[in-house]
Design a protein around this ligand. Structure first.
Ligand code: SAH
Length: 250
């Protein structure tokens, strides 16, 4: 079994990359695909770059050229459900492209596929949920220096399952945040890649999971919060959760 692991930004793979054994690199479309064993699992690790197009291209290459059997996306997101705070995490039950607008049918409908909310793989997501739970309630609090835990106000982080919305937009206003909360059913957070990775996996018939840690609350402070989180915390989350997930893959 071969797993494709995708992150959107280089900062997020800084630590996990060092854990790849027999790291062989193949560069396609400007992306470095790291091929080798990761925590005992045959893995291809890649930075997709940011946004729906970049991540869809990356996912297609992973599936078509590297024949991965499953895809795991790990990254940061802006909290939309007011219950979600910085340091909490979300494992997607489904994802939706919040900037997809065509006349007729359901809101956010993807034409020709005729679906708006793309479901993740139940079994993989269940394992991801257990893995994230284990990581954020134990090691995350040791991995992130105390100074930043205090700054992010992370005390006892939680993980929830729910809908993740994706679009080519960094959401940083209360107004847009409210719009998402009102229009996307069961939304937990917003980001820029999950639903396009989902569409590629859905069309190829490959099981996938999306894991996100809240880096900001998609409000007026989002840019400042995001910049600090991506610098000081995101790489720990990627390594910790993927490691815990891989220990559960039989
Ligand atoms: N500052 C970067 C851009 C970061 S975009 C640059 O200029 O190059 C934000 C990234 O984190 C995306 O990969 C997205 O998936 C995620 N993300 C975190 N918070 C987000 C938010 N509030 N809105 C949208 N995406 C967010």
């Amino acid at each position: 079994m071969r797993i494709g692991v995708i992150c959107a930004m280089h900062e997020e793979v800084d630590l996990i990359r060092k854990d790849m054994q027999s790291d062989k690199i193949e560069t396609i479309a400007g992306r470095d695909f790291h091929i080798g064993k990761l925590y005992g699992v045959d893995t291809v690790l890649v930075v997709s770059r940011i946004g729906k197009v970049a991540s869809a291209i990356t996912t297609s290459i992973l599936i078509d050229r590297f024949n991965v059997d499953k895809v795991v996306f790990s990254g940061t997101a802006g909290g939309v459900d007011p219950k979600m705070n910085v340091g909490d995490a979300v494992v997607a039950t489904s994802s939706v492209q919040h900037d997809f607008k065509v006349p007729g049918g359901d809101m956010f409908r993807i034409p020709l596929l005729d679906i708006s909310y793309l479901p993740t793989d139940e079994e993989l997501s269940k394992k991801a949920m257990e893995a994230v739970q284990e990581y954020i309630s134990n090691d995350m609090l040791n991995d992130i220096p105390k100074q930043y835990l205090d700054e992010f106000k992370i005390i006892s982080p939680k993980v929830e399952m729910g809908v993740i919305a994706s679009g080519d937009e960094f959401v940083c206003s209360k107004e847009r945040n409210n719009w998402l909360y009102e229009n996307v059913k069961d939304i937990k957070c917003v980001e820029m890649e999950g639903a396009s990775v989902a569409q590629a996996c859905f069309e190829y018939g490959v099981p996938y999971a999306i894991i996100r840690v809240i880096s900001d609350c998609a409000n007026d402070d989002a840019s400042v919060d995001f910049d600090l989180f991506i610098k000081e915390a995101a790489c720990h989350f990627t390594r910790g959760t993927v490691k815990a997930l891989f220990s559960r893959l039989g």
